[in-house]
Every structure is written in structure tokens, then in C-alpha cells.
Design a protein around this ligand. Structure first.
Ligand SMILES: Nc1ncnc2c1ncn2[C@@H]1O[C@H](COP(=O)(O)OP(=O)(O)OP(=O)(O)O)[C@@H](O)[C@H]1O
Ligand SMILES: [Mg+2]
Length: 339
């Protein structure tokens, strides 16, 4: 791939790992699948876990390591959610698996690899027939099934595979990858903004790269091209912590009417959603030293309200309920102190 071609790609593609060394934060999984390959005994694989954690990247990097230049002939990538009908999938698999490999040489493995991406989007009928297909072609193919949710997969399908759960990537691993990109792309970002980016990405490397690229594009050409905390929050669309704190302070310290008006003001001027406020309050309150029964009280109350909002509950009533729950939970606390 030439440098120029790569320059126009979104960063998530430009910095997609080329080999297993470049897969960050999933060390255990990488080591295990490598061992399978070294021993020549690759089972069918199932990778599942949240988005942007490296499932597709890992299997593509692994396949590149196994097949090298023969990748195109030996690997079939199918996106199961593109075409939910099993007939298409079955035909493609059949013609791919039944053609003989002309390229196997020396140490190269004697099986082909079929990557079935987003398999949890397939209908259960399709998944059912897939298990027969897997058995039929096991002699000369290996399947790698990728999904976000394992509970949406047919148990019989799962039991034919060795399962790996991809967890959200830890902040330090995302930091190492992002540091790399920051240098290569000449990004000017403050340390606080970088911390906020890592925190808000919640283990999703795709999100962190996308947000960084969007912020960089927004500052390009400006005199001051440095990316600050506010830009990161605006770009992700997350509420600013100081706004959430201001709302919570008002609930804790002001009388009921003032607190209600403050909440309303932030909702209208800053576009804060009640759901985000609840999540923010819980995060802040979890850092307070509180009596267990009071903690239970606000957690239960706020989760009920969250459910009410998701069911379309009236915004004004739910706002009032939030104030009521927090005020009541804190009623019997002395000065709350942070842990
Ligand atoms: N562990 C990782 N190490 C390095 N880069 C990663 C990692 N995970 C994700 N990325 C980056 O994020 C992009 C998307 O990752 P990938 O497609 O592998 O995610 P995924 O787990 O398959 O997500 P989805 O469930 O949405 O398909 C990659 O192109 C890569 O740039
Ligand atoms: Mg994927």
C-alpha cells in the first residue's frame, strides 16, 4: 500500500493493525491464538465483545501472519449482517471451500479461513444452518465468527468454537496507541484533553481515533491548533463535568426551587439530557463517602428514574424526581466527604 493512498484513509483504517504486535491491550488472546497457529492446530474461533476492541483487526492480522502474500486466496471475509439470507452465505462458502488451494507451500497451513463478521446479526435460522456448514467443511477450512453479543448466537454454534471475549481496552493501552498517532499526525493536544479522550472512549479504540481525527480536522489551519478538554467533550457530545457538578451542587446546597431552576437552565442552555445528568451524578456520588443505606437509596431511585425516562416519562416530572431522590438520600448525611 503506498503512503499516499493511506494518507486519505480515515485514521481507524490507516492505523488498523498490520500484524499481531500492533493489537494493543488484548495480550492474552493474541498469545493464545498465536500458540494455536504455531502448533498447527487452529480450532474454529469465536471472538465476541464490545465494538472497537480489535476483533476484526486481530483475525485479519492473524490471517496475514499465517498466509502472507496468499491472503487473498486463502481467506474469505463475509459480513453476515450485509446479507442475512443463509443461501448467499452458503453458496459463497461452498464455492470458496471446495476450490483446491494451489498456493499451499512448505509451512503454510492446509486450511483456508472464513471470517464471518457480525454473526450475531444473522437470523436464528441462518445460524442453525451454519452449524451444519461448519461441520461439513471442517476438513479444509477454519471459521472465525465475530460478534458483539454472544447471547445472540446459537448455543450449538458457540460450542463448535473456541471462545475469546474481547474486553474494553484499558486506558494505558489506548494511550500507547494514541501517543503513536499523535506523533505521526503532528497532533497538538493538551495532556488534560488526552486524559479526557481516553476516559470518554470507554475502552473503544475506534471511538478514540475517530474523535481525535475530528478534533484535529477542526483545529487545522487555526493559529492555535491545540486540542483542549472542551473540544473533546463537544466532539464526543458528552456533558462537561463542571456542568454536571454545578447541577449536583445546586441540588445538594440550594432549596428545592432553586435546584429545579438550575437544572432546567443547564438543560436548555447546555443541551444536557437527563439521562446524561443521572450517569454523571452517579459517577460523582460514587466518589463520596456515604452511609450504605443512603447509597442504596439514591442508586435505586435514580435507576427507577432512568427506566422511567427510557419509557418516555415526562421530563419535568423526572427532573423533579431526581432532585427529590438525591435530596432525600443526603438528608441524613453529615457533610459528605470524598473518599
Ligand atoms: N486492540 C486494538 N489495538 C489497536 N488498534 C485497535 C484495537 N482495537 C481497535 N483498534 C482500532 O480501531 C479500529 C476498529 O477496530 P476493529 O474493527 O478491530 O474493532 P471490532 O472489535 O471488530 O469492532 P466491531 O465490533 O464494531 O466490529 C481498527 O481499525 C483499529 O484502528
Ligand atoms: Mg469488527
Amino acid at each position: 500500500m503506498s503512503g499516499n493512498y493511506k494518507d486519505n484513509l480515515p485514521w481507524v483504517e490507516k492505523y488498523r493493525p498490520d500484524n499481531l504486535e500492533e493489537v494493543y491491550g488484548q495480550g492474552d488472546i493474541v498469545n493464545t491464538v498465536r500458540k494455536f497457529v504455531e502448533s498447527g492446530k487452529l480450532p474454529h474461533l469465536l471472538f465476541y465483545g464490545p465494538p472497537g476492541t480489535g476483533k476484526t483487526s486481530t483475525i485479519v492480522a492473524l490471517a496475514k501472519e499465517i498466509y502472507g502474500p496468499n491472503y487473498r486466496n486463502m481467506v474469505l471475509e463475509l459480513n453476515a449482517s450485509d446479507d442475512r439470507g443463509i443461501d448467499v452465505v452458503r453458496n459463497q462458502i461452498k464455492s470458496f471451500a471446495s476450490t483446491r488451494q494451489i498456493f499451499t507451500s512448505g509451512s503454510a497451513p492446509h486450511f483456508k479461513l472464513i471470517i464471518l463478521d457480525e454473526a450475531d446479526a444473522m437470523t436464528s435460522v441462518a445460524q442453525n444452518s451454519l452449524r451444519r456448514i461448519i461441520e461439513k467443511y471442517t476438513k479444509n477450512t477454519r471459521f472465525c465468527i465475530l460478534a458483539n453479543y454472544s447471547h445472540k448466537l446459537n448455543p450449538a454454534l458457540i460450542s463448535r468454537c473456541t471462545r475469546f471475549r474481547f474486553h474494553p481496552i484499558d486506558e494505558e493501552s489506548i494511550r500507547s496507541r494514541i501517543d503513536n498517532v499523535v506523533i505521526k499526525e503532528h497532533v497538538n493536544i493538551t495532556p488534560e484533553a488526552l486524559n479526557a479522550l481516553l476516559h470518554l472512549s470507554q475502552g473503544d479504540m475506534r471511538r478514540s481515533l475517530n474523535v481525535l481525527q475530528a478534533c484535529k480536522a477542526a483545529t487545522d489551519g487555526d493559529d492555535d491548533d491545540s486540542i483542549d478538554v472542551d473540544m473533546i467533550y463537544n466532539c464526543i457530545g458528552a456533558p462537561h463535568p463542571q456542568d454536571i457538578e454545578a447541577c449536583l451542587d445546586s441540588i445538594l446546597q440550594d432549596d428545592w426551587t432553586t435546584a429545579y431552576l438550575t437544572l432546567n437552565r443547564y438543560k436548555t442552555t447546555k443541551g444536557l439530557a437527563l439521562i446524561d445528568l443521572i450517569a454523571g451524578f452517579i459517577e460523582i456520588l460514587s466518589r463520596y463517602e456515604l452511609k450504605p443505606q443512603n447509597r442504596v437509596h439514591y442508586l435505586k431511585g435514580l435507576s427507577d428514574i432512568e427506566y422511567g425516562i427510557s419509557k418516555g416519562g415526562n421530563d419535568k416530572i423526572q427532573s423533579s424526581a431526581i432532585i427529590a431522590v438525591i435530596k432525600q438520600a443526603m438528608e441524613h448525611e453529615q457533610q459528605p466527604t470524598t473518599k
